[in-house]
Design a protein around this ligand. Structure first.
Ligand code: FAD
Length: 391
């Protein structure tokens, strides 16, 4: 039987960030193994992400988590270089722009005030200011917009994942290509992780970072995790008329778009009653034709003549209870830590979540950013933390 002090299940951006931060913790001396069933990450959420990072949230922890994320990403060359070679994360600090009609203005204003209090640079703009700053925008039905010019934009998700992974390996983390199929447990302890190959790895601590498989893994230890796979589509389109200085823009109806190289990408989260659990990758062009394209054409006159280039699907690990991450010690099991339920914002959260997980393993408590409110207990005691700004 193999042995590892810490076993991380899932080597996506969350598992690999946790591995990197743990291996870098001066107080941690143990061995770390990451079990990843598919090192090509073909079906994982991370490479299918839109790569957005913003501070425009309604939950204080999410704002602070992304602030650390942005600072970390900007200094990635210092943190994640291996043999003097710095990763290129292609961070575009072009901002996020949330738009509101009269109906959404109060919430937008309250969120902006919270973000400012916590140090974000979010600006509240009236329609005339919006028009001046973004001349390509149709503001006729808008009451306000909030724009985050600092620490907001997008990066290349796959590059961040590979940078964490490469750095973690350079620090001695062992990556194993295999699938976790069972957990040995005795009383309140997981004692071993069983793999598809037939091997078992005995361990002191297990971190569950398995994306949409997290509920399945937690279930192997008898834990009920309210995290479900929800399919999201990204549509790539070409616009003949060139428009400049385009942030990641979110229409009042939830449709979003941003530049991607010479093209644009766009998407929308469906209404809750049209959002079944799904693990397939089948594309739905109706959503584009019926909702996304009309919204784009209305919001940006230049988008009336766009051409759909391609599309892809990926899956949110969706926390059905309050759309925020569930992080911390699992109920009933003392040596299992969960990080799941990111509901579409895990890429940007990966630096702060990886750091938080490394603190829980090393010290048994948070040392920097206190994420206790985001623990599993909130699901049991009804103190949900509903995030209003889920895109
Ligand atoms: C279309 C789309 C757009 C998004 N846009 C954004 C965005 O703009 N900004 C943002 O911050 N976030 C965004 N996200 C969310 C973000 O991509 C995820 O929150 C994040 O990638 C989650 O990382 P993860 O490591 O938890 O999951 P994953 O990347 O899915 O990694 C989990 C890994 O676990 C492995 N695994 C699972 N089960 C097992 C097992 N039994 N044994 C071994 N390995 C296993 C899988 O193979 C996988 O590689 C988006 C997601 C999608 C789908």
């Amino acid at each position: 039987m193999q042995q590892s002090d810490v076993v991380i299940i899932g080597g996506g951006v969350i598992g690999s960030s946790a591995a990197y931060f743990l291996a870098s913790q001066p107080g941690f001396q143990g061995s770390i193994t990451v079990i990843e069933k598919d090192p090509t990450y073909n079906e994982a959420a991370t490479p299918r992400s839109a790569g957005g990072i913003r501070q425009q949230y309604s939950t204080p922890e999410n704002i602070l988590i992304s602030q650390f994320g942005a600072a970390f990403i900007k200094a990635a060359g210092d943190h994640l270089a291996v043999d003097g070679e710095a990763p290129d994360l292609q961070f575009h600090e072009n901002g996020y722009l949330f738009l509101a009609t009269e109906a959404g203005k109060t919430v937008l204003t309250a969120n902006q005030q919270l973000q400012r209090q916590l140090g974000a640079a979010t600006e509240l703009l009236d329609p005339a200011q919006l028009q001046q700053k973004f001349p390509w925008l149709n503001t006729s039905d808008l009451a306000a917009g909030s724009f985050g010019p600092v620490n907001e934009g997008w990066l290349d998700p796959y590059s961040l994942l590979q940078a964490f992974r490469r750095k973690a390996r350079s620090l001695g983390v062992n990556y194993i290509k295999d699938e976790v199929v069972g957990l040995d447990h005795s009383g309140r302890q997981v004692t071993g992780v069983k793999l598809h190959s037939g091997a078992t790895i005995s361990c002191g601590m297990v971190l569950t970072c398995a994306g949409i498989q997290a509920a399945h893994i937690a279930g192997l230890a008898g834990i009920d995790l309210p995290v479900r796979p929800r399919k999201r589509y990204i549509y790539v389109f070409d616009c003949r008329d060139k428009i400049a200085r385009v942030p990641l823009t979110i229409d009042p109806n939830g449709v979003w778009f941003r530049p991607e190289g010479a093209n644009f990408i766009s998407g929308v989260s469906p209404a809750e009653d049209e959002d079944p659990d799904s693990t397939d990758f089948e594309l739905d062009y109706r959503l584009y034709e019926d909702l996304i394209w009309p919204t784009l054409a209305n919001r940006v006159p230049a988008f009336e003549a766009i051409k759909l280039v391609r599309a892809w699907a990926g899956h949110y690990d969706y926390n059905t209870m309050d759309q925020n991450v569930i992080i911390g010690r699992a109920p009933q099991i003392d040596n299992m830590i969960i990080a799941s339920g990111f509901s579409g914002h895990g890429l940007q959260q990966s630096p702060a979540i990886g750091r938080a997980l490394s603190e829980l393993v090393t010290f048994g408590s948070y040392q920097t950013l206190d994420l206790s409110r985001l623990g599993y207990d909130r699901l049991l005691n009804g103190q949900l933390i509903q995030e209003a700004n889920v895109v």
